[in-house]
Design a protein around this ligand. Sequence first.
Ligand code: HEC
Ligand code: HEC
Length: 328
Amino acid sequence: MTPRLMMRTSATAMVLAMGASALQASDVAEYLDFFEPLPAIAPIPANNSLTPEKIELGKMLFFEPRISGSGVISCATCHNPALGWSDRIPTAVGHDGQVGNRNTPTVLNSGFLGSQFWDGREPDLEGQALGPIEAEIEMNMDLEAAIRRLKEFDIYHEHFAAAFPGEEDPIRAENIAFAIASFERTLNTPNSPFDRYLRGDEGAMTGQQVEGMKLFVDAGCVACHNGPALTDSNFHRFELPGSTDEGRFIVTGDEMDRFAFRTPTLRNVAVTYPYFNNGSVENLQDAVQLMGQQMLGQDFTTDELDSLVAFMHALTGEMPALEIPALP
Ligand code: HEC
Ligand code: HEC
């Protein structure tokens, strides 16, 4: 599959080596060592070229409930465009009303992540896409049955043929994954106040947001939340009160990974509440305070929390302009 995105260990190392004192200057250029304006399109893997036909087909499949066992659940049920492409509930509700044990992450900017899922069990969007269709607790549909159902519609024959020209039997599992992943790579949110600030528009963020950004760097948040999506795509131990989810350990069996979770993107974090892998924290103030305490051993004052949260709000970008597809 695709090579993982380069981990931003250089930025992490730099923060640790420099210490807080070296990072006082307000010069925008300095912050470009840690952050990067969000590109409009996520990196495209060599084995899945991005074409308008695949994007269009992927969009249809993303909204298509008939590839679920019940015929009523689509990707967009949980990754709802009106709700920050997530669901705003602590943990996902899927097939037959079953409640999962993890929070639904947004799919916005997911093409910038070095791995998919809270535990990173899939390396890329192509690997991720078929999982939810088959997962009993999500869409509960046998892939072969999903393919048979799609084949009932002429319009899918047309769209698959257009997206995968020259293939004899293009309605197949791998192509479903290719198309959905292609669509997801377009779901990005550039031009947030933070991006405009990084591009040199110093008035794009309020004074409080700039203070928050400085504190975010000085306090060490940036050691894990860096790069264009504000994540190192790495795994870090984080224990939520009452949670028994062992995170990355379930994937690797490595003791070091027990209770470790992949750093989520902070892009649009103000609209993707509730927070953390089990959605147990409702507001951003509490989420930031918990991060300070657990990851950095630091309690923030109310003023500090306010500016960090104000900075988080500057990370909300332009939502993808989207025409909801008309399905057969
Ligand atoms: C029943 C709700 C539900 C449905 C339906 C659903 N998802 Fe998800 N999605 C989730 C949850 C919950 C997670 C996190 C699971 C985990 O980490 O173990 C997730 C994770 C993801 C991620 C990883 C994002 C990240 O930050 O790691 C992507 C991408 C994604 N889903 C895309 C899709 C696509 C594409 C479909 C349709 C084929 C889909 N989802 C259907 C609930 C859902
Ligand atoms: C050692 C790495 C590390 C550091 C340092 C760190 N974070 Fe995190 N952050 C994570 C991980 C990992 C998670 C996911 C935890 C989970 O839910 O299991 C996370 C989650 C979050 C979330 C919730 C996002 C969501 O969508 O659920 C916010 C908000 C956040 N961090 C902000 C901050 C802030 C602000 C700081 C500095 C005060 C900070 N983080 C420091 C690794 C880190």
